[in-house]
Design a protein around this ligand. Structure first.
Ligand SMILES: CCC(=O)SCCNC(=O)CCNC(=O)[C@H](O)C(C)(C)COP(=O)(O)OP(=O)(O)OC[C@H]1O[C@@H](n2cnc3c(N)ncnc32)[C@H](O)[C@@H]1OP(=O)(O)O
Ligand SMILES: O=C([O-])CC(=O)C(=O)O
Length: 375
C-alpha cells in the first residue's frame, strides 16, 4: 500500500472532527470505500441508484428494492410551477452552481422538511429533482425551451442527458454518466460535506444543509476544479504545447486545477477509472488532441512535482467528449454528491453535538473605547 500523506498544519488537516460509517478515504486497498465496498468494485458492477441506496439507506438493494427505488425517483422528477417560475428569472449568464443553490433553497420553501422523520423523503426528492432543475434553467435560458422533466429514462444519468439534449443518450454516454455519478457520490469529511455537517449540527433542515454544501463545492479548489481543468486543457493545441505551457505555469508557481489532494498521497483511485472512460469516449468521437493533451499534463505533473490527477481532471475531457457544456460540470457533481451530503446530515443528526471549534486569537491586546470625538 502507498505511504500515507503526512497530515498536519493549517486547514484542520489531520484533525479527527467526528465519526462516520459512510466511507474511508486513503486508508485501505485502492483508497476509497463506501460502507465497506471498494469504489472500484462499485463502479465496475453497480448502477448509481444502487450506490445511492447503499449510501443513504445502508445496504445495496436487491432487485425488487432497486426497481422500487428507481420507480420512486422517476415519480419525483417534475418541478413545482413556482420553482420553474424562479428558474425562468435567473439570467443566462448566471453560474449554474448558483442556479443549483437557488433551486435547492427554493424547493426548501415549497416542500419544507418539517421534521427529521421526512429526511429520506426530502433527499429522494432532491436526488430526483436536481437534474430537472439544472436542465430546466439551462434549456430555458439558452434555447428558450420549456423542457418536459418527466422522461421515461431508467437512470438519473440518462434522464439528465436526455433533458439536456432533447434526445435519449447512447449506451456509452449513459454508462459513463453512471460511473461518474458513482465516483463522485461520497468522500468522507471533504469541505462541502463538512459544511453540510456543521449546518446539520445546529439542527437545521435538509435543504439548508444541502444549499450550504453546494456553496462550498462551487469553489475551484474543490468541485469547481473540473471546470477549471477544462478551461486549461482546451487552450492546449497538442501534447507538446501542453507540456510547454504546464512547465511555464509551474515555473510561475501557478496552481494547476485537477491535480493534488488534501488526503491522498500518491494517487486518487477515482482517476484511473474515469480516465479509462475518457479514453473510450475519445475513441468514440475520434479525438486526437484533448485526450493526449490530458495524458501529457498528467505525465508532466508527476515527473516535475509528484502531483497526480484527482477525480476532477479526467472528468473534464470525459464530460467534454459527451458534449456537456463546461459550466454544467460541477452541477453534475452536485447531482451525485447529494447522496453523501444527505447521508452525513442524517449521521450527524443521529448523534449530534453542535460543531463549534475554538480559534487561536492573534488580534490586538485588550483596549478601551476612545470617545468618538477624540479618535
Ligand atoms: C474531486 C473533488 C475535489 O475536491 S479534489 C480537489 C480539487 N481541487 C483541485 O484540483 C485544485 C488544485 N489542487 C489544490 O489546490 C490542492 O492540491 C488541494 C486539492 C486543495 C489540496 O491542498 P493541500 O492539502 O493544501 O495540498 P498539499 O499540502 O498537498 O500541497 C503541497 C504543495 O504542493 C502544492 N500543490 C498542491 N496542489 C497543487 C496544484 N494542483 N498545482 C500546483 N501546486 C500544487 C501546494 O501549493 C503545496 O506547495 P507548498 O508546499 O505550499 O510550496
Ligand atoms: O476529499 C476531498 O478533500 C475532496 C474530494 O476529493 C472530494 O470531495 O471528492
Amino acid at each position: 500500500m502507498a505511504e500515507a500523506k503526512k497530515l498536519s498544519g493549517a486547514g484542520l488537516r489531520g484533525q479527527v472532527a467526528g465519526k462516520t460509517a459512510l466511507s474511508t478515504v486513503g486508508q485501505t486497498g485502492s483508497g476509497l470505500t463506501y460502507r465497506g465496498y471498494d469504489v472500484k468494485d462499485l463502479a465496475a458492477h453497480c448502477q448509481f441508484e444502487e450506490v445511492a441506496h447503499l449510501i443513504l439507506k445502508g445496504e445495496l438493494p436487491n432487485q425488487a428494492e432497486l426497481d422500487a427505488y428507481k420507480a420512486r425517483l422517476k415519480d419525483l422528477r417534475s418541478l413545482p410551477q413556482a420553482l420553474k417560475d424562479v428558474l425562468e428569472l435567473i439570467p443566462k449568464d448566471a453560474h449554474p452552481m448558483d442556479v443549483m443553490r437557488t433551486g435547492c433553497s427554493m424547493l426548501g420553501n415549497l416542500e419544507t422538511e418539517e421534521d427529521f422523520g421526512q429526511q429520506q423523503d426530502a433527499t429522494d426528492r432532491l436526488l430526483a429533482a436536481f437534474p430537472s432543475i439544472i436542465c430546466y434553467w439551462y434549456r430555458f435560458s439558452h434555447d428558450g425551451v420549456r423542457i418536459d422533466e418527466n422522461t421515461d429514462d431508467d437512470s438519473v444519468g440518462a434522464h439528465f442527458l436526455h433533458m439536456l439534449r432533447g434526445e435519449k443518450p447512447s449506451t456509452l454516454h449513459e454508462q459513463t454518466m453512471n460511473v461518474s455519478l458513482i465516483l463522485y457520490a461520497e468522500h468522507e469529511f471533504n469541505a462541502s460535506t463538512f459544511t453540510a455537517r456543521v449546518c446539520a449540527s445546529t439542527l437545521s433542515d435538509m435543504h439548508s444543509c444541502v444549499t450550504a454544501a453546494i456553496g462550498s463545492l462551487r469553489g475551484p479548489l474543490h468541485g469547481g476544479a473540473n471546470e477549471a481543468a477544462m478551461d486549461m486543457i482546451e487552450r492546449f493545441t497538442s501534447a507538446d504545447h501542453a507540456e510547454k505551457e504546464m512547465l511555464g505555469m509551474l515555473e510561475r508557481k501557478e496552481k494547476i486545477m485537477g491535480f493534488g489532494h488534501a488526503i491522498y498521497a500518491t494517487s486518487d483511485p477515482r482517476n484511473e477509472i474515469i480516465k479509462q472512460w475518457s479514453e473510450k469516449l475519445a475513441k468514440d468521437v475520434g479525438d486526437t488532441v484533448l485526450y493526449p493533451v490530458s495524458v501529457r499534463c498528467e505525465e508532466v505533473m508527476w515527473r516535475e512535482k509528484k502531483l497526480f490527477c484527482n477525480a476532477d481532471f479526467f472528468h473534464a475531457s470525459a464530460y467534454h467528449f459527451m458534449g456537456i457544456p463546461t459550466k454544467l460540470f460541477t452541477p453534475i457533481f452536485v447531482m451525485s454528491r447529494l447522496t453523501g451530503w444527505a447521508a452525513h446530515v442524517m449521521e450527524q443528526r443521529a448523534d449530534n453535538r453542535i460543531i463549534r471549534p475554538s480559534a487561536e486569537y492573534v488580534g490586538v491586546a485588550p483596549r478601551t473605547v476612545e470617545p468618538i470625538e477624540s479618535r
